[in-house]
Design a protein around this ligand. Structure first.
Ligand SMILES: *[C@@H]1O[C@H](CO)[C@@H](O)[C@H](O)[C@H]1NC(C)=O
Ligand SMILES: *[C@@H]1O[C@H](CO)[C@@H](O)[C@H](O)[C@H]1NC(C)=O
Ligand SMILES: *[C@@H]1O[C@H](CO)[C@@H](O)[C@H](O)[C@H]1NC(C)=O
Ligand SMILES: *[C@@H]1O[C@H](CO)[C@@H](O)[C@H](O)[C@H]1NC(C)=O
Ligand SMILES: *[C@@H]1O[C@H](CO)[C@@H](O)[C@H](O)[C@H]1NC(C)=O
Length: 384
């Protein structure tokens, strides 16, 4: 019985470690067995750039530039006519830039996301992000059959960013990276190139309108993502350590009750760590998905969660819970079998000694452990 529980506990710890690691390695690189696991993706199929880019945000920036220019001019004083004419020319230059900018922005919002070099689908992982394209046939369908777009089963992942530990997803950074890539690769028309470099220089969270209230939550969610990554990784590492401890326990049959009670606490700790890590990332990503999908009609963007990823991390947490539960149950069963064994050994003392010297030795070991732990738990119950 004791051995069976040991085996079960080792198996469950192994399951908790492996499942969590499968979740953690999701979308680590562009391999089809990795890219099926991701935290969240979003399809840009019918992205409306006029919603995403807030044109008033851009003009607000140019008025602050104007204020700044006139402040400098007034602080230099208006003693000479040269300075005055300089001031006038500077102001007119700034205002013409401002009107140019609003022209540019209104042109940019007419563009298609493909023109800016954005991919059809982006998916997030703990390590970075991957880009994908929608399988050709669905893409052509989407233009005339509204509502039939956003098919999450037809995504072909084509590229993943270089994996980075402690990655925090930031849509503004990714957007700018994509714009920069597009520029570096070379754009056919000079107008488009001008528009893209304008965006690259001037895009900030003041003029990037994310769906719902996501703009204000990017920093928090980035930190939660890193926290969740740290917790899940720590949980997986501790689960591996607990496997090693239990394997050692199998061979050495630890005598100290302290070790087995500590082992129980250790399993509890692993479960709590995995649980909190899973809750954090599930909350963050499902909140993001809900905010995006509430605004799908406006933005033309739709988000999906990967079933694989959540299945892996939550199964890992459940395996850790079962491990804790069976650890406890093992101790309870230990109490019963101790009673029987004591009775048996009192009746047939010598025969047992004869045919299985080794077994008795290990039984004595486990008997001691169980006796101590029963002592311990009775202490506990007397406290309550
Ligand atoms: C793309 O569509 C074709 C035809 O519908 C299908 O045979 C193929 O498996 C799809 N590819 C992917 C990656 O979904
Ligand atoms: C996925 O995309 C790549 C690059 O565009 C292409 O070479 C490959 O054939 C695609 N795979 C499928 C299954 O459509
Ligand atoms: C990414 O993987 C897909 C499918 O395995 C492949 O078609 C594509 O060429 C890969 N892309 C890169 C940049 O290696
Ligand atoms: C764009 O990319 C180039 C090379 O990849 C890099 O040197 C440059 O700093 C980038 N510019 C911006 C604004 O990110
Ligand atoms: C960014 O905006 C400022 C102010 O509107 C403008 O002066 C500057 O030229 C813009 N950058 C680019 C690359 O157009």
């Amino acid at each position: 019985m004791f051995k069976f529980f040991r085996f079960l506990l080792i198996f469950l710890s192994l399951a908790a470690a492996l499942l969590t690691i499968f979740g953690l390695t999701g979308s680590y690189s562009n391999q089809s067995y990795l890219t099926k696991t991701y935290m969240l993706n979003f399809h840009l199929d019918s992205l409306d750039l006029s919603k995403l880019l807030d044109s008033s945000g851009f003009s607000k920036r140019s008025t602050t530039t104007k204020d700044w220019a006139s402040q400098i001019i007034s602080s230099t004083g208006n003693s000479g006519s040269a300075v005055e004419s300089l001031a006038a020319s500077a102001e007119s230059a700034v205002s013409s830039l401002g009107s140019d900018a609003s022209n540019l922005i209104s042109q940019i919002t007419q563009l298609d996301y493909n023109d800016l070099g954005l991919a059809d689908v982006y998916q997030l992982s703990f390590w970075g992000y991957c880009k994908g394209s929608i399988n050709g046939t669905t893409k052509t369908l989407s233009s005339n059959e509204v509502g039939k777009q956003f098919d999450n089963s037809n995504v072909n992942i084509t590229w993943c960013s270089k994996p980075k530990v402690g990655y925090k997803f930031d849509p503004l950074v990714v957007f700018k990276e994509e714009l920069n890539n597009t520029l570096q690769e070379g754009v056919s028309s000079s107008v488009l190139s001008q528009e893209i470099s304008y965006l690259l220089d001037n895009l900030t969270y003041d003029n990037l309108n994310l769906p719902g209230d996501l703009s204000g939550k990017i920093k928090l969610f980035g930190n939660l993502q890193v926290a969740s990554f740290g917790l899940l990784l720590a949980g997986a590492v501790l689960a591996v350590i607990s496997i090693i401890i239990q394997l050692l326990g199998c061979f050495m049959s630890p005598d100290s009750c302290c070790l087995s009670f500590l082992n129980f606490l250790f399993e509890c700790l692993i479960f709590i760590i995995l649980l909190v890590g899973s809750i954090l990332i599930t909350f963050t990503m499902s909140y993001t998905k809900t905010e995006i999908n509430k605004n799908t009609d406006d933005y033309g963007v739709k988000s999906f969660l990967s079933i694989n990823f959540y299945a892996f991390i939550w199964s890992g947490a459940v395996a850790a819970l079962l491990c804790t539960f069976f650890n406890l149950l093992g101790h309870c069963c230990g109490l019963f079998s101790t009673g029987r064994r004591r009775f048996r050994s009192a009746v047939h003392d010598e025969p047992e000694m004869v045919y299985s010297h080794h077994d008795v030795m290990s039984d004595a070991g486990s008997f001691k452990t169980e006796a101590h732990s029963s002592h311990h738990s009775s202490h506990h119950s007397s406290h309550h």
